[in-house]
Design a protein around this ligand. Structure first.
Ligand SMILES: [Zn+2]
Length: 479
């Protein structure tokens, strides 16, 4: 039995594991590498396995860094069933179709850029190719190291040479047709019910409390009929206890091997109550200043939580009723999917529904689906709030709002990003030409996020230089 780590190692995106037994090959997650161009180029590295030889793919949840490469692998021959909860099946459809569209748009933009600026395009393409060679070389070196450890065969070195890279970096990673073919392979499974997914491999999906449909996958596996069984638990991304809307993670007590998400490994999350208090206080301040509150948010999961929280605060009369612009078509569609899956709700959510409330709806919520209505938000009478994607500022409508509001003294930016020190986020601030935001966010955002990183507890030699030391509890005002 062998387990390979094909992504999300030394980085937080591109989750993918390959479990190989003498009678089956099972992939767990198939995520896209996201973030800066050096990171994203890893999506182009030739696959470490033959997709046609895979017997099953188990998907923990529908975020792109866990499912985003599925159509790419299908285009390269994967025909195996893809097991996921029905919530994940629906959300993954939304996410992957959008991803195919974005890639197509990016390829067209790239084509236009090449026509208009052939010199700059050639330079960028040389850089991308160098990145790709480097990433491919690194992947091969990792294999090489592994193989060398197992064998002294002189052919090993030869076999582990970087493969010739035939992918064109200018082409979309996959097309709409690839995505549609991939979606046909999805098979919905329920929580807590063990399913035989491949010869000798049984999987149970348990609540992960991260986003709708998210699962911890418990895999019971044996190499052959008489071989001893092993239990391997893949945590996927884990939610916090008391996460709104959906049930908390299921405790798992038996495992021979546990593969656990550790994105925010050494940090402690802010207690939920404190985060909610900051949200309420910020809304009040924005109302008093007759300003604008901009909340960059992820379309799936975080947006629904923020809207839910605002609606609760309103019910409890802790905030004034400001208009809310939900400026993310993807988030609106995701909310519809959340609405359809009452079977995943936690007790609190069920009680609210029993009182005939709609906790996923904020009363003065305006959904802006087209780009004209998104632009028109800036002319709306103040005060108001905008929740827009995406949370890392790596793209999406939030970037336009930010450009508009960056120098506005009555505008407040409230981050619900998990980590304002995340390099993806800081890199995005620099790329969109608001480098000063990156610096100021580092100075102020510690008070603003739902998951505020605390100063490391460890007293160390470098403590004085830690950029997080000395942060005051301040409101994250941009201007
Ligand atoms: Zn996730």
């Amino acid at each position: 039995m062998e387990l390979q780590f094909l992504g999300a190692a030394t980085t937080v995106t591109g989750s993918q594991f390959l479990l190989t037994t003498s009678r089956a090959k099972v992939l767990i997650d198939c995520g896209m590498f996201q973030g800066n161009p050096h990171e994203a180029i890893r999506n182009r590295v030739p696959l470490a396995y033959d997709p046609a030889g895979i017997d099953a793919l188990l998907l923990t949840h529908a975020h792109l860094d866990h499912c985003g490469l599925i159509p790419h692998v299908v285009a390269h021959g994967l025909r195996a069933p893809i097991f996921a909860t029905s919530g994940t099946v629906e959300l993954a459809g939304l996410v992957l179709l959008d991803s195919a569209k974005l890639q197509d748009e990016a390829a067209r933009r790239n084509e236009r850029f090449q026509r208009k600026h052939p010199d700059r395009a050639a330079k960028e393409s040389t850089r991308d190719e160098a990145d790709l060679r480097k990433a491919t070389g690194e992947a091969a070196a990792a294999d090489d190291e592994e193989s060398a450890a197992e064998s002294r065969d002189p052919e090993v070195t030869l076999r582990s040479q970087p493969p010739v890279v035939e992918t064109s970096i200018d082409e979309p990673l996959y097309t709409l047709a690839d995505t549609q073919a991939a979606l046909k392979l999805f098979k919905a499974v329920g929580y807590d019910r063990e399913t035989l997914v491949a010869p000798g491999v049984h999987a149970t999906f348990l609540d992960a409390g991260h986003i709708l449909g998210s699962a911890i996958i418990r895999v019971r596996v044996s190499d052959s009929d008489n071989a001893p069984e092993k239990i391997i638990v893949f945590s996927g991304d884990l939610g916090r206890h008391d996460t709104p809307i959906i049930r908390d993670p299921t405790p798992v007590s038996d495992a021979d091997y546990l593969l656990i998400e550790s994105t925010y490994g050494g940090r402690e999350h802010e207690p939920q109550a404190e985060a909610v208090r900051i949200l309420a206080e910020t809304v009040q301040l924005v109302a008093e200043a007759k300003g604008v509150l901009l909340v960059p948010s992820f379309a799936i999961g975080r947006t629904q939580e923020v809207v839910w929280q605002l609606d609760r605060l309103l019910d409890e009369k802790k905030i004034p009723e400001l208009p809310l612009y939900l400026d993310s078509p993807m988030a609106s569609k995701a909310t519809e999917i959340y609405r359809r899956h009452g079977e995943y709700y936690d007790q609190e959510m069920r009680e609210l529904l029993a009182k005939r409330e709609d906790p996923l709806d904020y009363p003065k919520q305006q959904i802006t689906n087209d780009i004209e209505s998104s632009r028109a938000i800036s002319k709306a009478p103040r005060p108001y709030m905008i929740v827009a994607s995406n949370g890392m500022l790596t793209g999406g409508r939030v970037v336009n709002h930010l450009r508009e509001l960056i120098d506005d003294p009555t505008a407040t930016l409230l981050f619900v990003v998990p980590d304002p020190f995340d390099q993806r986020f800081l890199g995005a601030c620099r790329r969109i030409g608001i480098a000063r935001l990156a610096t100021r966010v580092q100075e102020a955002a510690a008070a603003a996020c739902f998951h505020r990183p605390r100063r490391p507890r460890r007293a160390g030699r470098h403590r004085a230089e830690d950029p997080r030391t000395g942060f005051r509890r301040a409101h994250p005002e941009v201007a």
